[in-house]
Design a protein around this ligand. Structure first.
Ligand code: HEC
Ligand code: HEC
Ligand code: HEC
Ligand code: HEC
Ligand code: HEC
Ligand code: HEC
Ligand code: HEC
Ligand code: HEC
Ligand code: HEC
Ligand code: HEC
Length: 315
């Protein structure tokens, strides 16, 4: 019975494995590019045809014979520690080559034919990072403007406290391209970003978000409410512009008027309330009167009031 099993089942199988090219055990005998068994793995040849015929080395010691210094810095990063010492699955265990592709050929003939562009690197990163925060990456204003993961992240060495940024903090990373925002951030009133209390990413999801300016919470007001809860209300007396859009009166990045206002507060109010609401009390309306500089001296609750007699936002 046992002998019969060997001749009828095992020998033909052995023949198939040894002498044909049918990938019975998930691997072919031909010298194709080995694909990682992880379904997330990119098709390297499709990404860059120069990978054709290359196999994985799967040993960073080999890379280190020529890239010693680079590898030592890399090993101190989140990826370096994780992939080197505690890999979860095949893709992570591929270490260097999970981002640089099969390098067998490169080890024999080191050149730069396998180098990847900014855009190609984004495809490589998305093998593992196609999760929550990057759900809208494909349609994000950054991706569509040819900004890639490596425009903001440097993964070969640790330069920032968190998130492997290309520079020490977000302000410096973003400022290289958004110089206008940086200029606004140094106006007399600004959100305390350069003081280190806040980051761009508290208001923006730079990996992409539906809605304007990639705002983190979908709409402007929802984004603002996430920290300024008291402005959400509900109020007994709503001031409709505050309910609709905080940016009617505020400049989020910085302003030379107090309280991040888009203009001086009196002219701000008068832009909608032509007579200042005091048709018979002309003196209230003049910017030059003692009251002038601040409608808010009397109208102290311009964001809305819950006081029974707060209909005119005076309390
Ligand atoms: C998480 C992805 C990733 C991993 C893992 C990774 N690299 Fe890199 N590597 C990059 C990216 C992206 C660049 C492009 C330059 C940059 O943005 O810093 C790069 C650049 C390089 C460069 C050329 C520039 C330089 O600094 O000399 C070398 C060499 C290199 N990597 C070797 C390695 C080696 C060796 C390993 C493993 C010990 C490794 N990399 C692991 C992503 C990775
Ligand atoms: C025999 C020496 C040698 C070995 C081994 C070697 N490299 Fe390189 N590597 C080089 C040289 C030289 C260059 C620069 C080529 C150039 O700029 O023309 C380079 C460039 C690179 C670059 C930047 C350009 C590109 O192709 O993206 C990366 C990334 C890289 N090597 C990764 C690796 C990895 C990963 C390994 C291990 C699997 C490895 N190298 C093994 C010599 C080597
Ligand atoms: C415009 C700059 C920018 C680009 C482009 C960018 N990132 Fe980020 N990324 C950041 C900043 C800033 C943070 C830190 C703030 C945060 O946690 O959202 C971050 C955080 C992360 C984190 C850690 C927190 C998290 O969201 O899981 C990962 C992972 C990440 N980025 C991956 C990527 C990948 C992958 C790409 C390309 C598809 C990419 N990033 C493109 C700026 C960028
Ligand atoms: C083989 C899978 C894999 C690839 C490829 C990969 N990453 Fe990661 N990355 C991880 C894992 C795992 C972590 C640890 C955090 C986690 O569990 O998400 C991580 C963490 C990060 C973090 C957060 C680091 C920190 O210290 O806060 C950033 C940023 C990041 N990756 C960016 C990138 C970029 C940019 C690329 C492409 C150049 C890339 N990753 C490629 C698996 C990968
Ligand atoms: C307090 C929340 C907040 C913070 C913090 C913040 N932004 Fe914004 N940002 C906004 C809002 C709201 C808009 C939408 C403006 C509009 O639609 O007119 C915006 C718009 C933008 C725009 C689009 C064009 C423009 O200038 O209006 C860019 C670029 C931008 N932000 C970059 C940044 C950068 C870079 C940082 C960090 C240095 C940052 N933002 C920090 C709220 C914020
Ligand atoms: C490599 C250059 C580059 C870097 C670095 C960069 N950006 Fe951008 N960003 C762009 C480009 C290009 C656009 C496309 C729209 C434009 O031209 O303003 C854009 C768009 C944006 C927008 C949407 C603007 C709009 O018109 O609605 C926001 C918000 C933004 N970036 C925030 C950030 C933040 C925050 C950082 C840092 C974490 C950052 N960017 C880093 C180049 C960059
Ligand atoms: C991540 C939290 C956060 C978000 C989101 C946020 N803010 Fe702020 N805001 C702050 C902090 C912190 C301060 C500084 C408070 C202080 O210094 O006492 C501040 C201050 C302000 C000030 C007063 C500035 C001054 O100098 O007097 C205004 C006005 C303001 N925010 C408006 C907004 C608007 C409008 C939005 C939405 C676009 C917004 N904030 C979103 C945290 C936030
Ligand atoms: C109609 C114009 C207007 C709109 C719209 C508006 N604000 Fe204001 N905001 C002001 C004025 C004026 C001040 C200065 C108030 C003062 O000096 O008492 C101010 C001050 C602030 C301050 C700092 C002082 C304080 O009250 O904490 C914050 C924070 C603030 N606004 C957040 C918001 C948020 C969030 C929104 C959107 C929900 C918003 N504002 C919409 C006019 C406006
Ligand atoms: C973008 C236009 C706009 C701006 C700017 C604006 N308001 Fe208003 N305000 C309105 C609208 C619309 C109403 C509701 C009018 C109504 O119900 O008849 C209103 C109502 C009021 C009321 C109650 C009026 C009533 O008849 O019950 C007062 C008081 C008021 N605003 C004061 C201010 C002050 C003070 C400022 C400056 C900080 C200001 N508003 C800025 C549009 C604006
Ligand atoms: C000295 C205090 C004071 C100042 C300064 C002041 N207001 Fe008033 N305002 C009031 C009072 C009190 C009322 C309520 C009048 C009433 O109920 O008849 C009022 C009513 C209003 C109304 C509602 C009018 C209506 O028809 O019911 C508007 C709009 C208004 N003010 C806007 C402004 C604007 C804009 C400024 C700045 C240019 C301003 N106020 C400056 C005290 C002031």
């Amino acid at each position: 019975m046992k002998n019969l099993y060997i001749t009828v089942v095992c020998l033909p199988l052995l023949y198939l494995v040894l002498f044909t090219d049918i990938p019975l055990l998930g691997q072919s005998n031909s010298r194709r590019v080995e694909s990682s068994t992880d379904p997330r793995a990119v098709d390297w040849v499709k990404l860059n045809p120069a990978f054709k015929g290359a196999s994985f080395v799967r040993d960073k010691e080999v890379c280190m014979t020529c890239h010693q210094e680079t590898s030592e810095k890399y090993q101190k990063t989140t990826h370096g520690r994780l992939f080197g010492f505690n890999p979860r699955g095949n893709l992570e265990a591929t270490d260097c080559e999970s981002c640089h592709g099969p390098r067998g050929k490169h080890v024999e003939e080191p050149d730069s034919t396998l180098a990847l562009s900014v855009e190609q690197y984004s495809v490589v990163c998305m093998q593992c990072h196609q999760d929550g925060n990057r759900m809208y990456w494909q349609t994000s204003l950054h991706k569509t403007a040819d900004v890639g993961c490596v425009s903001c992240h440097t993964v070969m060495e640790k330069r920032s406290h968190t998130a492997l940024l290309s520079n020490e903090n977000q302000l410096t990373v973003c400022s290289t391209c958004h110089t206008d925002v940086k200029v606004k951030m140094s106006r007399t009133t600004h959100h305390p970003i350069q003081e280190g209390k806040l980051d761009c990413s508290f208001c923006h999801n730079v990996h992409g978000a539906p809605g304007r300016a990639m705002l983190a919470k979908g709409s402007t007001n929802e984004t603002c409410y996430s920290c300024h809860q008291e402005k959400r209300g509900p109020f007994l007396w709503e001031h409709s512009p505050a309910r609709e859009d905080c940016l009617t009166c505020h400049e989020p990045h910085g302003s030379n008027n107090r309280n991040l206002l888009v203009t001086q507060s009196a002219s701000l109010c008068v832009s909608c309330h032509q007579y200042g609401g005091h048709i018979n009390q002309y003196r209230y309306n003049r910017v030059s009167t003692p009251y002038g500089n601040g409608c808010v001296n009397c109208h102290a609750t311009v964001h809305g009031s819950s006081h029974p007699s707060g209909a005119k936002f005076t309390r």
